[in-house]
Design a protein around this ligand. Structure first.
Ligand code: SF4
Length: 487
């Protein structure tokens, strides 16, 4: 293993070492095997360590007797990228497996490849370059871009077939042989064609750390996929039929960790659809775990459920009306009424919550000022009812492929900025905090999610600097929009 030679490399090395030392493993990981894989999360450690995919891939790759899989993450200041596990630099690995979940992380993948002068386009690599594998949430709905970057793009959930192929490799094969073998998986992307794999296997944390975005919390996935099919939502359309972790398995996992963890996060697209939710939370409460949940569907709440969450230490509850008016919620197929919202707010207060967080999507091409006024009405109502703090999370609508809004134009950037300005003014009230997703980043997300053909090649091939790539994406949004009819 090469030791750092420069001051910058030492800084980078020590940063990774400090994060490694902050990890507390909950299950043994066998880091032995001749087939070495670098598992790379293309975002900062705080996000990487909070990603259940990152944990799951790490555990399942290392469960193969011939595989030694080590973890890496992105940091803007890094040049070498040292392994969290062995502190070896990335270029000592022949297989780089990226797990990508956010559109803008494509830019970070490009930066990592460029830092080691690995061609961004798969077709330009030769036998001396690493094998680039790409998987993750982005592969469920558009692989036009990823298919050009990855030598192997695994679409959807990790399959047993993919693991079996890895199991058959020794690490002595040529680059070409590894690429060909992995592309035999039926869920490997073939040009524009892809079929996301849907697996029943759910994931959980392998380690906990204070440096995660969620703190030292054991996360366990209790459900994947969603039957609700809101028109803007990828989880409701591309992640497959909903499946759940049997409650007995959940209890078994928690029993094994008794005394080793305090905080448990239950993760699902819609936690309230989990068939055994109250049983699970009661079980956790009785064993004095502090529980939090990733999302509550506001028409499925009950006072008992909120009370259980409150008693287990959750100080704020989060609901997602998504739209301010009934008209726009109907357009979203959200299935939520004003009564549901009012009742949910009342139940939260009865359960003892003083803080509430409300999620909205704004800026749809068919949105009107009246729809937005509804958002402000909800906030007024929550304050009047007695909430001491109302947090409003506002996110521009990003039409994504694979959803019924997939062919919709995105509102243009100037208009979105005006709407944001208007909403900021309206929500400028005491004890109200308005969190806006960046308009610019949302527009870039739209372009990456919808990029195709020649645009994808030009974006990857001809733009050398991150600033050029960002500008290209902002311009591309206008070109994509101009080809789309108003909905
Ligand atoms: S927005 Fe929520 S309820 Fe609607 S489809 Fe997505 S995950 Fe399901």
């Amino acid at each position: 293993m090469r030791k750092p030679r420069t001051l910058d490399s030492w800084r980078e090395y020590n940063k990774v070492l400090a994060l490694k030392n902050g990890e507390n493993f909950l299950e043994p990981i066998d880091l032995n095997g001749s087939l070495e894989i670098a598992l790379i999360y293309p975002n900062v450690y705080e996000v990487a360590s909070a990603s259940l995919s990152f944990h799951d891939l790490y555990a399942r790759f290392n469960a193969l007797p011939n595989v030694k899989c080590e973890r890496f993450f992105f940091d803007r200041s890094f040049k070498k990228f040292y392994s969290i596990d062995s502190l070896k630099p990335l270029d000592e690995f022949r297989i780089w497996a990226f797990s990508i979940h956010f559109e803008l992380d494509v830019l970070n993948i490009i930066d990592i490849l460029r830092s080691y002068k690995v061609p961004v386009l798969s077709k330009k690599r030769n036998g001396f370059h690493p094998v680039i594998i790409i998987g993750g949430a982005l592969t469920y709905f558009n692989n036009a871009l990823l298919g050009l970057v990855g030598d192997v793009v695994h679409s959807g959930d990790l399959t047993d077939r993919f693991l079996a192929i890895l199991r058959s490799l020794t690490g002595k094969e040529s680059r070409q042989e590894i690429v060909e073998a992995l592309n035999e998986d039926p869920h490997a992307v073939k040009g524009e064609l892809f079929s996301p794999a849907i697996s029943q296997k759910l994931s959980r944390s392998v380690f906990i750390t204070n440096n995660s975005a969620f703190g030292p919390r054991f996360l366990i996935e209790i459900g994947r996929g969603c039957k609700r099919a809101c028109k803007f939502c990828v989880a409701g359309h591309a992640f497959g039929k909903e499946r759940f972790l049997p409650v007995e398995e959940l209890k078994k996992s928690l029993d094994l960790l008794k005394g080793r963890i305090e905080n448990v996060g239950l993760v699902a697209a819609t936690v309230t659809d989990y068939p055994w939710l109250e049983e699970a939370i009661t079980y956790l409460n009785e064993r004095k775990f502090k529980v939090s949940v990733s999302s509550l569907r506001l028409d499925s709440l009950s006072e008992e459920l909120l009370l259980l969450l409150r008693n287990s230490g959750q100080s704020q509850f989060t609901i997602a009306p998504e739209g301010g008016s009934q008209r726009i919620r109907n357009k979203f197929s959200k299935g939520i009424t004003e009564d549901h919202i009012h009742t949910a707010l009342e139940m939260g207060l009865v359960a003892g919550f003083k803080k509430v967080k409300l999620y909205y999507i704004y800026g749809a091409i068919f949105e009107t000022g009246e729809d937005r006024e509804g958002i402000v009405r909800h906030v007024h109502e929550a304050r009047k009812m007695g909430y001491s703090q109302v947090i409003v999370s506002l996110n521009p609508l990003i039409p994504k492929p694979g959803t019924p809004f997939g062919k919709l134009p995105m509102q243009d950037m100037d208009k979105l900025r005006k709407i944001e300005f208007e909403l900021r003014n309206w929500l400028n009230m005491k004890n109200v905090k308005a969190d806006f997703e960046s308009v610019k980043e949302s527009v870039m997300q739209f372009s990456i999610a919808n990029i195709t053909g020649d645009d994808a090649i030009e974006f990857l091939e001809n733009k050398s600097f991150t600033s050029e790539r960002k500008k290209y994406l902002l311009d591309l949004a206008g070109r994509i929009n101009s080809k789309r009819k108003e909905w």
